[in-house]
Design a protein around this ligand. Structure first.
Ligand SMILES: Nc1ncnc2c1ncn2[C@@H]1O[C@H](COP(=O)(O)OP(=O)(O)OP(=O)(O)O)[C@@H](O)[C@H]1O
Ligand SMILES: [Mg+2]
Length: 247
């Protein structure tokens, strides 16, 4: 479980998170909703130590991210982060090189043959079998997202944090990505995603949290019970109305 307890965080003197308490269990998908600027990305960055709280704590399976003895390298392996823009994530020219980057630079030495197998399996899991030699620059936006996810999966994470994974995908892409994340959760991975799209949230989520003014103001396992419009969140049906959400 990832556990954020009474996390407070400010950029310089601008408070963004106030006493945020949130849990991300394994084998389930937690969806974070909230208007632009609510602090969703900031909160997600606390889940793998990209940001550290000013006060409060973040525990990964009981180990505090604020403890000096916690290896951040181990945390980044255990908690994979999928950035909103694949351009922030894809580092190598080809798909194979990109997905291999994490395992090739892992603390424990992995033989090249094993890295090949890891890459093949990760691409298979995201539905991109056979894409090894494709250039990342020539992939569609949806394919790039999948490559980014494959790169995270290649590190065998226990948790995946994905910031707006549905952004920039068309209706089919959103549904397919939701299905993919559901499979990963069924496989035991704990997932947390942020999104502006209730259809994606409904398709993917087990648990829903709304962030506003730095606080979690709604927690529910039923998306229908959350007054979405009141909190600046689109209402259900957005994907079928606009086939290509862009952000
Ligand atoms: N690196 C930074 N330095 C200073 N302020 C920042 C930084 N990153 C974000 N902020 C501010 O923190 C607040 C929360 O931003 P954040 O990106 O976490 O919101 P968000 O809920 O993810 O928004 P969106 O839905 O638009 O992605 C905003 O007011 C933003 O301007
Ligand atoms: Mg954001």
């Amino acid at each position: 479980m990832i556990e954020l307890t009474e996390v407070q965080f400010a950029y310089d003197d601008e408070p963004v998170l106030s006493e945020v308490t949130l849990r991300v269990p394994k084998e389930s998908i937690t969806v974070l909703l909230g208007r632009n600027g609510a602090g969703k990305s900031t909160l997600l960055r606390h889940c793998n130590g990209l940001l550290k709280p000013d006060s409060g704590d973040v525990l990964i399976d009981g180990n505090s991210l604020t403890s000096k003895t916690t290896s951040m390298r181990a945390v980044r392996q255990r908690v994979g982060f999928v950035f909103q823009r694949p351009a922030d994530q894809l580092v190598a020219p080809t798909v194979k090189q990109d997905v291999a980057f994490g395992p090739a630079n892992w603390e424990r030495q992995i033989p090249p043959d094993d890295i090949e197998t890891i890459v093949t399996q990760a691409l298979d899991r995201v539905g991109l079998a056979g894409f090894e030699d494709r250039l990342c620059s020539q992939l569609s936006g949806g394919e790039r997202k999948r490559v980014a996810l494959a790169g995270v999966l290649a590190m065998e994470p226990a948790y995946i944090v994905a910031d707006e994974p549905s952004a920039g995908l068309d209706g089919d892409g959103v549904r397919e990505f939701a299905k993919l994340l559901r499979t990963l959760a069924t496989d035991g991975i704990g997932v947390i995603v942020s999104t502006h799209y209730p259809d994606f949230a409904a398709a993917v989520g087990d648990r829903f949290r709304v962030l506003e003014d730095g606080h979690i103001i709604h927690s529910s396992d039923q998306l229908e019970s959350i007054p979405l419009r009141e909190h600046g969140i689109r209402t259900l049906g957005t994907i079928s109305e606009t086939s290509a959400p862009s952000e």
